[in-house]
Design a protein around this ligand. Structure first.
Ligand code: SAM
Length: 640
């Protein structure tokens, strides 16, 4: 078996979507090997994680891993927003399930029920309905919409069992059919097609920020049309509302929703069942020159594409290397906007900072001015991901353009700042004051640990009870765990091991443990904690090893920087993770100090190690080295 897995293989093995893989990286359940811009994972790590999930060691991930196969059904609370509605919906859903009706049959008859309730359709007896006689319909296009959908349902034979659906009490909600549809679909189905519809509050806020009458508005993957429906409050001509979706039932529901909303107007809704990414240009409703003033949506995330489709997508969107569905949608939508047009998308937070999404961040920065990024937290029931809203305007960004960040507080930051960030990370948690401090450190010429260090993981024995002793017996030596690692020092040892590498489950080459000098760091920690070791000590897997190999760059200088409050601040602002990851450490700048400065620092470190001075002295010295002001120091100390 190949030791390296790509993202598709990893998601397949774990039974999750690509988006979930990315989310697990964000939460440090998985660490990518980070080769070029494509994500790769170590086969052993993935296999161990799978085992841990199956053994129930990581319970919360287990739920997620089974999602694609889950036939669980539920009403998304954030979408219904009302318990009374839920009771009526449950009543309808259980009738549909008990009567073994298919979802499209159920939706078809419930639409008729609604149209009749709204006086748009009149029939006297059940059999008359399916004659689609023009006389039954108040508006001629309703007949076309119903008849088309009816004809698309396979093996449909009229049966009295549907009659009850025509009588059922349907609760009032702006997208009641969409809600019923969601309650009938299994979680597995929803996960496969990314069909998590957006809660009304989120949509309403976007609409009220941008929608004005006479604008042409598109939702390129409209689901049951929540965005279009809420926009319709401000749009007098329904022909200005456009929608696409690959799901024929969702498209049908959107059409019915719009017809109900614009009751007095006889029109055929501009809603089409198409694959937006592949078939947009061949739609009869849209010409390829069709451009929109506003494109608003929550696109599917982490879709799993079949090989043939993927090949076409790769050739249509060569700049999207991540093969992420939301990136394809975002890229396509930017193309479809008018100059100056606005786009608002609901996306997973990982678009902001995961390396693999630098492709779409690049497309955004090249073609748009970002207006706003708002953190929405966990916005969807049963979706484990933090969500953001990002609003873009299609125009070249001006030098001093600032975008608004709304999270716990709200502030403005320069967009062009993202360009100077490796991988174009949208580090929105860093406000301009934070950024000016960080820039002071990056302003000097520096090197990094990337390709300039050796790294090793601590030993995984496979059975600590057997191998680790608490007393030092003959042939045993000290071994240190993460909790024994302090800044500069290792604690007094209380674990001992006989070094017999062939018996351990995982062990680095011995010369790494036995290096003349090395740094040992806590792996699970939101703080950078590095101890100095020149005694060739062993570590367990909660304590990792770093051996800097930079010419004329003393290991003790690296140690002083990594342990400083200033670097802790940079690490927190840039990465904010609970694991100290090699990839992140490799991005930290190691300024090229003069020889004299280096010796001064080494001198101070020696004094700390000899316990002649407190480590705070070095902390202050590091602030001084970079010209950090008193106010900035206060800010750093309050932040970390
Ligand atoms: C997350 S839902 C969002 C629906 C709606 N925009 C909303 O916010 O409520 C994503 C939608 O994308 C649709 N979809 C998935 N792949 C598609 C494709 N290739 N072309 C068009 N629609 C697609 C799904 O059917 C689903 O309705």
């Amino acid at each position: 078996m190949d030791k390296k897995l790509n993202i598709a293989q990893t998601s397949e093995i774990l039974g999750i979507s690509n988006a979930t893989v990315r989310n697990w990286i964000r939460h440090d359940y998985l660490s990518p090997l980070n080769i070029d811009s494509e994500l790769f994972f170590d086969h052993n790590e993935v296999a161990t994680l799978k085992k841990d999930i199956e053994n129930g060691k990581i319970v919360r991930l287990n739920k997620r891993a089974n999602k694609r196969n889950s036939d669980k059904k539920f009403i998304p609370k954030e979408y219904s927003g009302n318990n009374n509605i839920d009771i009526d919906i449950n009543n309808i859903s259980s009738f549909v399930t008990k009567s073994s009706l298919s979802i499209n049959e159920a939706i078809f008859f419930l639409s008729i029920n609604l149209l009749q309730r709204e006086d748009l359709l009149h029939y006297s007896y059940f059999d008359e309905l399916l004659t689609f006689n023009k006389g039954l319909f108040k508006n001629k296009y309703i007949q076309v919409i119903l008849e088309d959908f009816y004809n698309s349902i396979q093996n449909f034979s009229l049966d009295k069992k549907y009659e009850e659906l025509l009588e059922k009490k349907i609760p009032t909600h702006n997208d009641i059919l969409g809600l019923i549809y969601q309650s009938l679909k299994s979680e597995g189905e929803k996960a496969k097609h990314g069909s998590y519809y957006t809660p009304k509050e989120i949509v309403t806020e976007i609409i009220s920020d941008y929608v004005k009458d006479n604008q042409k508005i598109l939702d390129p993957c409209c689901g049951t049309g929540q965005f279009l429906l809420i926009a319709s409050d401000s749009i007098s001509n329904p022909r200005n509302l456009f929608g696409f979706d690959i799901d024929p039932i969702a498209v049908f529901i959107t059409k019915i929703n719009l017809v109900l909303k614009y009751k007095p107007i006889d029109f055929y809704p501009n809603i089409t069942c198409k694959d937006t990414l592949l078939d947009y240009d061949s739609s009869p409703l849209f010409s390829s020159e069709e451009q929109f003033d506003l494109i608003l949506t929550n696109p599917p995330w982490g879709l799993h594409f079949e090989n043939g489709t993927l090949g076409t997508l790769k050739s249509l969107f060569p700049h999207i290397k991540s093969i992420e569905s939301f990136s394809y949608f975002l890229s396509k939508s930017i193309e479809m906007l008018n100059d100056g047009g606005i786009l608002s998308f609901i996306l997973p937070e990982s678009i902001l900072n995961i390396k693999v999404h630098s492709d779409i961040r690049n497309t955004i920065l090249k073609n748009t001015s970002i207006k706003k990024i708002k953190k929405l937290g966990r916005a969807f029931t049963n979706v484990f991901t933090n969500v953001i809203r990002i609003d873009l305007s299609k125009k070249v960004v001006e030098e001093n353009h600032k975008l608004e960040i709304i999270s716990d507080s709200s502030y403005f930051i320069f967009q062009n700042r993202f360009l100077s960030n490796p991988d174009l990370i949208f580090d929105i948690d860093v406000n301009d004051f934070d950024s000016s401090i960080i820039e002071k450190v990056f302003a000097r010429s520096f090197t990094t640990l990337k390709n300039n260090a050796e790294w090793a993981l601590g030993i995984v024995t496979g059975d600590n009870n057997k191998f680790i002793h608490t007393t030092k017996e003959g042939g045993y030596e000290e071994i240190y765990k993460g909790k024994d690692v302090n800044k500069y020092f290792l604690s007094t040892p209380n674990n001992f091991i006989k070094f017999e590498p062939e018996k351990f489950q995982q062990v680095a080459p011995e010369e790494k443990y036995r290096a003349n000098e090395k740094l040992i760091y806590k792996f699970i920690s939101n703080k950078l904690v590095f101890a100095y070791d020149d005694k060739q000590k062993l570590t367990l897997n909660s304590a990792n090893i770093l051996i800097p190999k930079i010419d004329n760059y003393p290991t003790k200088v690296v140690l002083s920087l990594l342990n400083s409050s200033l670097y802790q601040f940079i690490y927190l602002k840039k990465f904010n993770t609970i694991k100290v990851l090699r990839g992140n450490l490799e991005e930290l700048p190691l300024p090229l100090f003069s020889k004299t400065k280096n010796s001064e620092i080494v001198n101070l470190v020696d004094k700390v190690l000899a316990k002649d001075i407190d480590a705070n002295v070095i902390d202050n010295y590091v602030f001084e080295l970079f010209g950090i002001t008193f106010t900035e120091i206060e800010h750093i100390k309050n932040s970390i």
